[in-house]
Design a protein around this ligand. Structure first.
Ligand code: ADP
Ligand code: MG
Length: 495
């Protein structure tokens, strides 16, 4: 019994230590009462959740709404209670927080990204209460960021005023402003990021890539066909709409790894400068519903689902395609057909998707195979990457010897030749190209070849079935690296 009492005392002491000390400052509940002219605990609270990628938008909208009142103020909440208590709970009972009385404290801020540049940041309120007048009447708005440590996966806005209608009107105004002023509009972003990293799980801005059509080597007419569907349809949106045609579109790019599916996506993004683009891949595919919402709110938009076979691969839940893949496909379908939104899916293993796609028809209206380059293609690639370094004959010979290899192989071959020349302290020559090719085709480089998308027997990985370098786990969240995996192209992805 004694030790039980001991434990009990220890628990009570621990609880008391959690509570805010009396700082001698004003109590929150008194500050709110003075502003509202009413006891706050009698008032209802209108609340809305704010997903992590909209926290900056919410801050911008709230600052703007409050900004109309020259007498506005912003106060903080002292103590740990600010992390886990709702506005209603904080002001309950005499003195607030069930009689304990929370003092006013400091406002918490976080610097959050607002664009791809390293200086694109905004100081965002992550714990604070705005007191101002809206439509001439006093309102109280509490603003909170997300906090994993306290189990909050999203932020929130809580509105308190004497009239429910007023609170609703304010909330509607804030939500409209969030869309109007959104920092996401016209940007290229990835969702998710590192689930273990601090302050992540929001949005990562990516520089819009600059890849012109000339830098994409594909069979005749293929790139134009894909671009017409994704880009051209947007350009013709008024005409299509006037003729009653729907604008929503889905494109599937499939083929072996290293053939330029991601490269093609980068081109599509650079050809649509004003469009909002959301890039999802691997684990971040679970944000598909958020991505679809952003796309709907910020048209014209492109949603890229990179390596979407990854969600088909996870068979832990069911036989065949997973619920997540169906979720992805349903999100494609859920969007209004007249929305100017293009979905672009890429996959190395189309056979894993076929069944699911067949079961959910109408999601994808153009499927384009991105094949291994043929002889002419391989020569074009060598010219593209090494044309300024090597002679026409040497490149023709190399193209002939590299049957079955991918576009990324050609790029790597040029890099190896330049490296060999640098190591020999010579300018790159045709000899270096030949030597680099010998080496890459040698037995010792089997694994390298397979990583570049060429099977170990030196033949292409494309035997009718699209195949990837099997046995190598795909890393989830690759979207982050998606624009940074091509050395020397000046688009380092956020890491
Ligand atoms: N068709 C292509 N034309 C020009 N360069 C290409 C092509 N395919 C791939 N590359 C080069 O190889 C790199 C890797 O290709 P990537 O687009 O990531 O392949 P995939 O997405 O099909 O696996 C690209 O960043 C680009 O530099
Ligand atoms: Mg890719």
């Amino acid at each position: 019994m004694d030790s039980l009492l001991d434990d009990f005392h220890r628990v009570v002491r621990a609880v008391l230590e959690q509570l805010p000390r009396d700082t001698g400052g004003p109590r929150l509940v008194d500050v709110l009462a003075a502003h509202l002219g009413l006891e706050p605990h009698t008032l209802a609270v209108v609340a809305a959740q704010v997903p992590p990628h909209r926290l900056v938008d919410a801050d911008i909208a709230l600052a703007e709404v409050a900004g109309d009142d020259p007498d506005r103020s912003l106060v903080g909440i002292a103590g740990d209670a600010r992390h886990h208590m709702s506005l209603g709970d904080l002001v309950q009972g005499p003195g607030g927080m069930y009689g304990v009385g929370v003092p006013v404290g400091q406002v918490d801020y976080d610097r959050m990204p607002t664009g791809p540049g390293k200086d694109d940041r905004r100081q965002v309120v992550t714990s604070g209460i705005r007191l101002f007048r809206f439509g001439g009447r006093p309102v109280v708005v509490r603003q909170q960021g997300m906090n994993r440590q306290f189990g909050r996966e999203s932020g929130s806005i809580e509105v308190m005023s004497a009239e429910r209608d007023l609170s609703d009107a304010l909330m509607a105004r804030v939500q409209a402003l969030m869309d109007e002023r959104s920092i996401l509009r016209g940007q290229v972003v990835t969702f998710g990021g590192d689930p273990y990293g601090p302050g992540m799980a929001g949005v990562t801005f990516v520089e819009r890539p600059a890849v012109d059509a000339g830098a994409v080597v594909l069979p005749d007419g293929l790139l134009a066909r894909v671009a017409d569907h994704v880009v051209g349809m947007g350009v013709q949106r008024e005409r299509l709409r006037a003729q009653g045609q729907h604008l929503k579109r889905g494109v599937l790019l499939y083929g072996p790894p290293g053939t330029g599916k991601t490269h093609t996506v980068r081109h599509l993004l650079s050809a649509t400068p004003g469009a909002t683009a959301v890039l999802l891949s691997g684990g971040s595919l679970r944000f598909i519903h958020d991505a679809a919402k952003v796309a709907r709110a910020h048209q014209p938009a492109i949603v890229v689902l990179e390596d979407c076979d990854l969600v088909a691969e996870d068979r832990s839940f069911s036989m065949g395609a997973t619920p997540l893949l169906f979720e992805v496909l349903d999100a494609l379908d859920g969007l209004d057909a007249h929305a100017d939104v293009a979905f672009v899916l890429t996959t190395n293993r189309v056979e894993d998707l076929e069944v699911a796609l067949a079961q959910r028809p109408g999601r994808v209206d153009l499927a384009a195979e991105i094949p291994l380059p043929d002889l002419e293609g391989r020569l074009s690639l060598l010219r593209l990457y090494g044309g300024h370094l090597f002679g026409a004959e040497a490149m023709s010979a190399a193209a002939a010897r590299t049957e079955g290899t991918t576009a990324s192989f050609a790029k790597e071959l040029v890099r190896r030749a330049v490296l060999a020349a640098a190591l020999a302290d010579e300018p790159p020559s045709d000899d270096h190209l030949g030597l680099a090719l010998d080496e890459l085709l040698s037995d010792a480089q089997r694994l390298t070849r397979s990583l570049l998308g060429v099977e170990a027997d030196g033949r292409g990985g494309h035997d009718g079935r699209a195949s990837g370098p099997r046995g190598f786990p795909h890393r989830p969240g690759r979207a982050v690296a998606m624009f940074g995996d091509s050395p020397g192209e000046g688009h380092p992805g956020p890491v």
